[in-house]
Write a protein that binds this ligand. Structure first.
Ligand code: PEP
Ligand code: MN
Length: 340
């Protein structure tokens, strides 16, 4: 951090700041400029109390330099992480090959999921998605099949070898969901549920962490930090759109977070254009844009009969549209040196 002193501060005030910095077991480097004096503080200051310095007489402001997250940061882990996803196809996320998590918003019934799983595998998907526990805004709407839904997903994995990703909504569901799933999904509404983040951090399953719809970049990274800090390094970030004043789309897909994550973190990031737009016709172009921007994968909702889907039909692709989207996105992937 850098402590910027007020114009006209006294030498004693600077010395006092230096003394406090040394008490924090950090090094100081005083730079006397023509108008201002600043004290550069050297060392890892992320867990030090900045407010002590901020309230010192003669201090104008304290500017942090290091990111507040640490183990999710590229500074402590320069190589990008490649996360093994489970299933028998050797799927990973973060390497040259893009990972595509596709499937229905909700697990509705056995034949629906098995049929979709085969179609997704055929067209190059690597992970089957589907919610068994659904976080619904309206308590009177379909809440998911629960454990029955998990059993159906597991059967689809047996038949296809696809890894399974599904949402876990609460701490008391973690062990149950981890028994069936290969990847535990934390939904947007739970990104700030710190007890849940710690609970999935204590499992040995990779975690797909969706961005909270009102969270900042730093809050998103700090949520990932909770999981890693609890012992689980296998975190995949997912941009799924944020809430803005725009009403034409369900959410605003904030694709610029992709290069930000690539610069600041070693964690892979995938993009979910279904929830990020809410409109099926936008999904193919946003898939291409996400891959062009450097995303490590995609999450795509697919349904045999989107008009009659129990949840999120308006943003779901038919299997044919999914096949076409994969084909078009593959061309972009090749252009940016990735495989799909
Ligand atoms: C989902 O993936 O079906 C879902 C509920 O996503 P989100 O948490 O991003 O709304
Ligand atoms: Mn959905």
């Amino acid at each position: 951090m850098i402590v910027v002193m007020q114009e006209g501060c006294t030498k004693q005030q600077v010395s006092h700041v230096v003394k406090l910095v040394r008490e924090m077991k950090l090094k100081d480097h005083v730079i006397v400029g023509t108008e201002r004096t600043v004290v550069a503080v050297i060392g890892d200051d992320r867990f030090k109390d900045r407010s002590v310095l901020e309230s010192c007489p003669g201090v104008d402001r304290v500017v942090p330099i290091l990111a507040p997250y640490k183990i999710a940061s590229r500074q402590t882990h320069p190589e990008p992480s490649v996360i093994p996803l489970g299933g028998s196809m050797g799927a990973t996320c973060g390497g040259k090959r893009l990972c595509v998590m596709a499937g229905p918003c909700s697990v509705e019934d056995r034949s629906q999921v098995l049929e979709l799983a085969h179609a997704i595998k055929e067209h190059g998907g690597t992970v089957l998605r589907g919610g068994a526990f659904k976080p619904r805004t309206n308590p009177y709407e379909f809440q998911g099949l629960g454990e029955k839904g998990l059993e159906i997903l597991a059967e689809a994995r047996e038949q296809t070898g696809l890894a399974i990703v599904t949402e876990v909504m609460s701490v008391d569901q973690v062990l149950l969901v981890a028994r069936y799933a290969d990847v535990l999904q934390i939904g947007t509404r739970n990104m700030h549920n710190f007890n849940l983040l710690v609970a999935v951090g204590r499992t040995n399953k990779p975690v797909l962490l969706k961005r909270g719809w009102s969270s900042t970049f730093n809050e998103f990274m700090l949520a990932a930090e909770y999981i890693i800090q609890a012992g689980n390094p296998n975190v995949i970030l997912c941009e799924r759109g944020i809430r803005t004043h725009e009403e034409y789309v369900r959410n605003t897909l904030a694709l610029a977070i992709v290069p930000a994550v690539k610069r600041e973190s070693h964690l892979p990031i995938i993009v979910d254009p279904a929830h990020g737009t809410g409109r099926a016709y936008m999904v193919p172009s946003m898939c291409r844009a996400a891959v062009a921007a450097g995303a490590d994968g995609l999450m795509i909702e697919v349904h045999q009969d989107p008009e009659h889907a129990l949840t999120d039909g308006a943003q779901s692709l038919s299997p044919d549209a999914f096949a076409q989207t994969m084909k078009e996105t593959r061309a972009v992937a090749e252009a940016v040196g990735r495989e799909l």
